[in-house]
Design a protein around this ligand. Structure first.
Ligand code: DQA
Length: 146
């Protein structure tokens, strides 16, 4: 299987941005770890990050040729109907990941408009959440009929 690891706005700053909330590993390191786990589990992992909503929509569209998506939409999770519709449209299993425990933070982070169209949701597990997300999406893919 081929999986897209997709990160939204400000996640390019991982490592330096609020390490208390998001840890000190960089996005490059997260991507390396998820790709290494993919290699171990027999999955190819493609990585992309964008700070732009429309670009993220297009990444999700391109993922319809793949088998799954592990997606941290960043703040867009809280209000981007366009991203929600894109995930809904492509019918590829998507697992949403948030590094921080959004429920322990400001109220505006408690809503996700993308989670209801995602297969699974992981929050508050730190950067390891991405590896959990890969395992989860691969399990979903394995459960699908050919
Ligand atoms: C985040 C949580 C969001 O609320 C925030 O806007 C982010 C990062 C997380 O990974 O914990 O950019 O998605």
């Amino acid at each position: 299987p081929r999986v897209l690891l997709l990160n939204g706005p400000n996640l390019n700053l991982l490592g330096s941005r609020d390490p208390h909330q998001y840890g000190s590993v960089t996005l490059a390191e997260v991507e390396r770890r998820v790709q290494a786990l993919g290699a171990e589990l027999g999955a190819g992992v493609e990585c992309a990050q964008s700070n732009h909503e429309g670009e993220l929509v297009e990444h999700v569209h391109r993922a319809r040729h793949l088998d799954g998506v592990v997606f941290n939409p960043g703040a867009f999770a809280h209000y981007s109907i366009a991203l929600r519709d894109a995930i809904d449209a492509v019918e590829v299993p998507c697992v949403e990941v948030h590094i921080s425990n959004v429920y322990a933070r400001e109220e505006f982070r408690h809503t996700s408009v993308t989670a209801p169209v995602s297969e699974g949701y992981i929050a508050g597990c730190g950067p390891a959440g991405y590896e959990l997300g890969l395992r989860a999406v691969l399990t979903r893919i394995g459960q699908r009929r050919p």
